[in-house]
Design a protein around this ligand. Sequence first.
Ligand code: CMC
Length: 422
Amino acid sequence: MPESITITDNRTGSTVDIPIVNGGVAASDFSKLLPGVWFYDPGFMSTAACESAITYLDGENGVLRYRGYPIEQLAEQSNYLEVAYLLLNGELPTPEEYTKWSHDITYHTFIHENVRKRFLEGFHYDAHPMGMMVSAVAALSTFYLDAKDISDTAVLHKQVVRLIAKMPTLAAAAHRFSVGMPFVYPDNSLDFCANFLSMMWKVAEPRFEPDPALVRALDILFILHADHEQNCGTTAMRTVASAHADPYSATAAAAAALYGPRHGGANEAVIRMLTEIGSVDNVEPFIQAVKEGKGRLQGFGHRVYKSYDPRAKIIKRTADEVFAVTGKNPLLDIALKLEDIALNDEYFTSRKLYPNVDFYSGLIYQAMGFPLEMFTVLFAIPRTAGWLAHFKELLEQDSKITRPRQLYVGSEERNYVPIARR
Ligand code: CMC
């Protein structure tokens, strides 16, 4: 018996059979039976807005795969640039393809002098680096006018390379500006992550030599954050892309969504929470307060993962490797005690609340010296690969422009009253 559902319109008795394909049913089939009746689904809680072959996520079993490859294997054996290639092209690169890809990215790291001197330096001295990033990425579209030609695959590829290559440069420039330090030009002899650390931290030394353990840790964090299927930022990306906007404008829209504290800001919230708790002695009363509904345990719980977040497991190991170099983040003991108590408490286990990716990533970034305001920027750099993979996929699918309907709940028609008579 084929898998299908039957819908009956009780007003008319008409029915329609709709096959279940890939775990979904086509809304267009409903509409044939029910023209003018819309599916009300705020937050897209029950809606699959697209078909995608990029990332697979099984929240019940804690599974995350990019193009079929388990995240654990990629984090262990791959690097961010290779993963970016995989997300964008569907296959791991051959040695020749990888050499060309990493060369192209490395040689597009510079930003136009006007982006830095006129644009970034025009911000107020205390501008938030993520606000600067969102605007700077959008501004890039005015520097590369060919970017509008999204139907030309060679031209589109060039923008993809530029965006992935320039995100770390923009991020570091935003940081240096916000702390009053001079801009550091990219060093193309360094690899992707080492170059970013050089642009962040170089002072007067002729060549910045980052600790290899920290470079690798950053690479792993970038792999883990590269894509996460249809989250808020990626949905923004696909929505703007569906209007055939250029990739810079669409990436800026996705980054703007990520800027929101409900989305990319949770690791910052974890550090603020741990700082507020202050000592391991205060953990139990804090947990008690959470259970009484006074606030949430930041870095716990996930809309999709209901057993564990596979990224959190990998990050916990990475944290140990980073702390071996930087010294232990003093907040770690508080985090470990919180985790231990929560994982053994019926309140959290019965609600399937486990540590998510953000529970430990903030501790790592802080130990590496990144200010809290940079945490969301650190998320945006690698997520750019995922956003662009979705941009490309959407164009290949030739989707319709995103244009949902609404259920109107406002006033009936009424007559305008001149201001003097109101
Ligand atoms: N601490 C305490 N209780 C919680 C928490 C938490 N972190 N998260 C959920 N709950 C409780 C919630 O109060 C509710 O209890 P009850 O049924 O008694 O009302 C129940 O668990 C279900 O919560 P929900 O809000 O319906 O769950 P959701 O799926 O809508 O929310 C979430 C998911 C991630 C927004 C939420 O777990 C949360 O706010 N977590 C803290 C913030 C956080 O760490 N966010 C990062 C998410 S991972 C980033 C990424 O992958 O992009």
